[in-house]
Design a protein around this ligand. Sequence first.
Ligand code: MG
Length: 279
Amino acid sequence: MGKWATGIFTSIHGGLGAGLYAVKELGVSTVHLHTPTAEYRTPDRTAEIKEQFGQAGIEITVVFVGFEDDDYTTPEIVKDTVGLVPQDRRAHRLQETLEISDFARALGVDAVGMHLGFVPTDPTDADFAAVVDVTRQVCDRCAQNGQHFNLETGQETADELLAFIQAVERDNLAVNFDPANMILYNAGEPLEALDKVGEYVKSVHCKDASKTRKPGQPWYEDAPLGSGDVGIEDFLRKLNNLGYSGPLTIEREYSPDQAGDIKEALQLLENLRAKILGS
Ligand code: MG
């Protein structure tokens, strides 16, 4: 894989980003794969998925953990429902996360990504220690499987994320940097955050967002890549300065014209890659 191969965040059945058929049509060489549900993670079906992507010449670079009862309706609901932080869901979700690490290994993928949830920000909070503990368990399974565990950014500020990573103390704990999430969750300026957590960044989402919110709207707006407030060219220049050479993975979830937006995003990334890298 060359430097900054383009990619798309996809799932087996469409949904987030684009399905395999759409990915093939777009001609990208890498994807982040949102994990399918348990019924699709049997050995037979896993082998089938591996073969389908292999035949299409598409490399899965990160498998993303998610759960059927994750709810992204509002940031407050995210706090109660997403990741390993909600206490009422933690134990069984930890087990499923470990299984997803094994599923990723069976696919030959060396990174697992996840929205861990809103980590408690006070290190003296008892739940902070409990979330550190489950994160260690995930890191240790990932290490056995030869994987990094990449935390999706945005639910906390860069400083809080750094403090959490340092508390976990695991060499394979890393960051999937999503600059738009910093805006969507109001967690700080994306490019300043990248300066702080840059050494941990092992994968990225190329996603944009606007710092505007209509009355009554629970979220800031996702925006087509290049049209929001992230500053995509500066984002890529910073990644280049950090020595990041992994894929540029487009994430575009909520759009009336998802395919059109992704096509334009691919073109934008090609243009910026030529401008910045000269290739
Ligand atoms: Mg993302």
